[in-house]
Design a binder for this molecule. Structure first.
Ligand code: LLP
Length: 413
């Protein structure tokens, strides 16, 4: 049976909830580190350099752990690039994979010296026309997509991402006419890839395209490595994937030689299992057909179930180990019917005041959180490598959040 693993003992989690309050995101630094090291060891003897897609979890303390493991960062907005710079990441290790970037963002990125990865012909043209720009990377639409949900399949031919395959030669020529070399090519086929062979297939497409590009220094195959969220989800074996992908990389290296570097840029795989969201039950409500556990969090804090019907395992931390013989639906406190965090889950009989953990929430949890219903986002705690918990972000009080809102709205009381 799939049994969700808590990242810390129930006692530790209960103490954290008592000290810092709920809702509370908790992350485990040593697990994040370990997962980085697993990736770093996967492609032995090949020039693979790892990037971390910071959109998955961009708490500065989490970023620091991953940066210290030697990872560069994939960023998708100028703000993410700026955040990376401000926490000490070197510009040459920051990729800015743009989509529908504005001129201002482009100027700022060029000025900051980060590596631009351009995803449309028209943006490439504007970039190439700039004075003092000499090289960039381009994102290709490989016409092969995958993902845990249609909303995160980015590689299919109808997605908004990447330059159309048949436009690549013309795009490269156009850039060349302006004196700009295409030194990098990139794909990202989607998030939570269901069939790893789709990724290897898309890698082949990218490598084929690369054949016509004389100046390539880096080939980036994107992220998307899945994690198992529930029973029946196949775990993604990095070893097996590396075995399947290595011959492609070796062949390319033999062909091209020189200082070619390969990149992957996972987000979820590194941080998702290393984080959970603690929430307290405050209302037990029997609606006849469904018994709801009402909690102090909602889709404003963990959007994935509402947005993608994603599954997050739920554990009653207060009653860890007790027989799970009751069925509950876990509801949030947001004023929408769709604010359901988990449906029909087997849990021990649960009462008000008990603590639940929404597991595998380290990726795309806090980064997608909002102030909807004018509520604060949760606090965050990072359990350091030596086991010491550290508060790494503090929720706003009701007073603080409303005052900030009024100030930002130029409202004079
Ligand atoms: N590279 C690029 C260009 C991306 O757009 C993404 C994710 C990644 C890398 C990292 O993908 P990962 O390894 O984390 O799958 N909010 C959704 C996921 C959206 C991902 C968007 N792009 C979710 O909660 O499932």
């Amino acid at each position: 049976m799939f049994s969700p693993k808590l990242i810390a003992s129930p006692d530790t989690l209960s103490n954290l909830a008592a000290v810092y309050g709920t809702p509370l995101y908790v992350y485990d630094s040593s697990m994040i580190r370990q997962r980085c090291q697993t990736l770093a060891a996967a492609f032995k003897g090949l020039p693979v350099k790892w990037l971390y897609a910071i959109k998955a979890n961009d708490n500065p303390h989490v970023l620091k752990v991953i940066k210290d493991e030697g990872f560069g960062f994939d960023t998708v907005s100028f703000e993410e690039a700026l955040l990376s710079l401000k926490i000490g990441q070197r510009p040459e290790k920051i990729f800015y994979t743009e989509n529908n970037m504005t001129d201002e963002e482009m100027f700022a990125a060029v000025e900051a010296g980060v590596i631009l990865n351009i995803g449309s012909y028209s943006r490439l043209e504007q970039f190439a026309r700039l004075k003092n720009t000499r090289e960039c990377s381009i994102r290709v639409n490989p016409q092969i997509g995958d993902g845990h949900h249609a909303k995160v399949d980015t590689g299919n031919r109808d997605s908004k991402f990447g330059i159309r395959l048949d436009l690549i030669p013309a795009a490269v020529e156009m850039a060349g006419e302006h004196g700009v070399k295409i030194t990098g090519i990139h794909i990202h086929i989607g998030s939570g890839i269901q069939k790893p062979e789709n990724l290897t297939q898309a890698m082949k497409v990218l490598l084929d395209i690369g054949r016509v590009l004389p100046d390539l220094k880096r080939i980036n195959f994107g992220g998307g490595f899945p994690i198992p969220y529930k029973e029946g989800d196949a775990p993604f074996s990095i070893t097996r994937f590396a075995e399947a992908a290595s011959p492609l990389l070796k062949e390319e290296l033999d062909r091209r030689g020189g200082d070619l570097v390969f990149h992957f840029e996972p987000g979820r795989w590194i941080v998702a299992p290393a984080g959970l969201l603690l929430t307290r039950v405050n209302t037990v409500k029997d609606q006849g057909r469904i018994t709801f556990l009402g909690t102090d969090t909602g889709f404003n804090h963990l959007l994935r179930p509402a947005m993608y019907e994603s599954y997050h395992a739920v554990v009653n931390v207060t009653r860890a180990g007790e027989e799970a013989d009751k069925t509950y639906t876990i509801a949030g406190n947001i004023c929408e019917t769709g604010d359901i965090l988990a449906e029909d889950r087997k849990l021990p009989e649960t009462s008000n005041g008990e603590l639940l953990a929404l597991c595998d929430a380290g990726a795309y949890g806090m980064t997608m959180a909002s102030n909807y219903n004018r509520r604060s986002v949760p606090s965050e705690v990072l359990i350091a490598d030596d086991g010491t918990p550290k508060l790494i972000r503090e929720r706003e009080t009701a007073e603080a959040i409303v005052d900030r809102f009024l100030k930002e709205s130029f409202f004079v009381k």
